[in-house]
Design a protein around this ligand. Structure first.
Ligand code: GDP
Ligand code: MN
Length: 397
């Protein structure tokens, strides 16, 4: 589950990670009140107005702006809220901004120049261990750094039996070229950050930039936090941070009815039982010259109700030109699935406008094929994998 920057910062702060402080606002008036409150709290006169959407690169798209007085806070908030923010990480239509974070300006002048670093915490899947990835090249897009100057990206892997060790935090501070107060601040920052990652059951922290202020404080200026969905049951307060306006509406609907659905860009809808078969089916569609429109695992119970729910989900995507149903009847009998498909289509009437290729294999596959062939619907039946692929190709023509 992804959350907003301001929510990520709340979590970091609750574990003692220093953050750029801010208050969330839903309109210009709230923004001005927030700015006044922040000035009283932090002494800052300047504020940063930051669009809160689930996408990075907001700065580049005009979603992060400095306000030098309350009038500017009001004006800029007015401009940003309601805009469709386009960044390198959004679609061309962009993302509608519903709220902004009014934050203290932390790039104030002082003894030293402010410096930006990159830091993320994530699972290294090849070693099965968490790691901290960091770089002196903060503030910019880390993919570019990885491509052009990979030697400037460092990693520190954490042994799960002992956790992050203080010497590792010191190595990070050293590699970032820090000394004195900033060095101590960074080791504290890193230790707290890792604790936060671990205790919050997150699967990703990306802090870009981590800032060294002109007076040598280390803080998180940005926070991209992804929490492991499977752990939300033990973090009710984090679960409430879900903002479904930021999520794909079809995926939200799928979750509500308990289907494993992932939206994709193609033209062939898929309904499959079992994640492995679903992956293989997507390959099959590609081989047949189509592109899968979704991943959908209907699980073990493919009865009429379930099939109908799945069909309705798939058909919400108007790019879908054909649907491939590929179900292996091991525990569930193929004839019952076939009847389920027919009943679902009867029930849906003319909502089903595209051809459906049905491949049912397993127990009673022959009876199932008969049911499909005699249904009177725009169905193509298949029993073999390749046959299904050919029929998808035919249907797309
Ligand atoms: P992103 O563009 O979505 O990654 O949003 P960030 O939160 O990283 O902000 C983008 C950029 O805005 C940062 O890299 C900073 O350079 C700049 N920025 C953020 N906070 C401040 C601030 O307090 N003062 C100034 N002057 N710039 C800031
Ligand atoms: Mn950032």
């Amino acid at each position: 589950m992804n959350i907003h920057e301001y929510q990520g910062k709340e979590i970091l702060s609750s574990f003692g990670v220093r953050i750029q402080r801010g208050i969330v606002a839903h309109n210009a008036k709230e923004a001005v009140d927030a700015a006044k409150e922040l000035t009283a709290l932090t002494g800052t006169g300047w504020h940063v107005i930051k669009a809160q959407v689930h996408a990075g690169g907001r700065g580049k798209g005009g979603g992060v702006k400095i306000a030098k007085n309350l009038k500017e806070v009001e004006d800029i908030t007015g401009q940003i809220i309601g805009m469709d923010l386009v960044t390198p990480q959004t679609s061309a239509e962009g993302k509608r901004v519903h709220k902004v974070l009014i934050a203290e300006d932390v790039y104030y002048p002082g003894a030293n120049e402010p410096e930006e670093y990159y830091m993320s915490v994530l699972l290294n899947r090849s070693t099965g261990r968490n790691m901290i990835m960091y770089s002196t090249e903060g503030g910019m897009d880390i993919e570019t750094v990885a491509e052009e100057t990979p030697e400037l990206i460092f990693t520190e892997e954490i042994d799960p039996s002992v956790g992050l060790m203080p010497f590792q935090a010191r190595r990070i501070a050293f590699n970032l070229g820090l000394s004195g107060t900033a060095f101590k601040e960074m080791t504290k920052f890193v230790m707290a950050l890792y604790t936060a990652f671990d205790k919050s059951d997150s699967s990703l922290f990306e802090i870009n930039p981590v800032l060294k202020t002109s007076d040598d404080k280390i803080m998180a200026v940005d926070a991209k936090v992804t929490i492991d969905d499977n752990a939300l049951f033990r973090h009710k307060d984090y679960a409430e941070m879900r903002d479904i306006r930021e999520e794909n509406p079809v995926e939200v609907e799928a979750k509500r009815v308990g289907l494993n659905y992932v939206d994709l860009d193609g033209n062939v809808g898929c309904m499959v039982n079992g994640a492995g078969l679903a992956m293989a089916t997507m390959d099959l569609i590609k081989q047949a010259g189509g592109e899968p429109a979704n991943f959908l695992d209907v699980g073990g119970t493919a009865d009429a109700k379930r099939v109908e729910e799945a069909l309705r989900l798939i058909l919400k995507d108007d790019k879908v030109k054909a649907i491939l149903i590929n179900i292996f009847g091991g525990i569930v009998r193929c004839d019952r699935v076939a009847q389920g498909i027919v009943d679902a289509c009867k029930n849906m009437g003319d909502a089903v406008k595209v051809p459906i290729i049905v491949r049912l294999q397993g127990t009673n596959a022959d009876i199932a094929k008969e049911i499909i062939d005699n249904s009177g619907f725009n169905f193509f039946s298949a029993t073999e994998f390749q046959e299904a692929a050919d029929k998808v190709q035919e249907a797309l023509k």
